[in-house]
Design a protein around this ligand. Structure first.
Ligand code: SF4
Length: 126
């Protein structure tokens, strides 16, 4: 039994409808498959690690799962693609590319603001 399974043991959990491993989500997005997904570090990792829900498993277990999943992502060879696709798809749940949904939303907002500033600067230079 892994540490996560130990933490989750006995918890009442309902599988999250959106709980799919990133590698599955990415494969759905690119059904033709171009080989980029090979080597995704989460392919053989418990999906629930990437969908920590404090209401279901408690704050401590959720925090542990988030840290652990981010460690998996940190060593993933397709991390950048995973993150960009999650941003494109506006994935509302789960950890993709090493970021939570809230962290992805914040990154998306920063990028939009930066793009707006660039457009404004370019317009001002004309
Ligand atoms: S970055 Fe993380 S969530 Fe994305 S494919 Fe790699 S291990 Fe999976």
């Amino acid at each position: 039994m892994t540490e996560l399974h130990f933490l989750l043991a006995g918890a009442t959990r309902t599988p999250h409808l959106m709980a799919r491993p990133a590698v599955t989500v990415l494969a759905e997005y690119r059904p033709d498959g171009d080989g980029d997904l090979r080597g995704a570090a989460c392919a053989d990792v418990d999906t629930e690690l990437f969908y920590p829900d404090p209401e279901e498993i408690g704050a401590a277990a959720a925090e542990w799962a988030e840290r652990r999943s981010k460690m998996v992502c940190a060593g993933c060879p397709v991390r950048t693609m995973c993150l960009e696709l999650a941003l494109e798809r506006h994935e509302k749940h789960g950890i993709f590319g090493g970021l939570t949904a809230a962290e992805r939303a914040a990154l998306d907002q920063r990028r939009r603001r930066a793009a707006a500033r660039e457009r404004h600067a370019a317009g001002g230079a004309q």
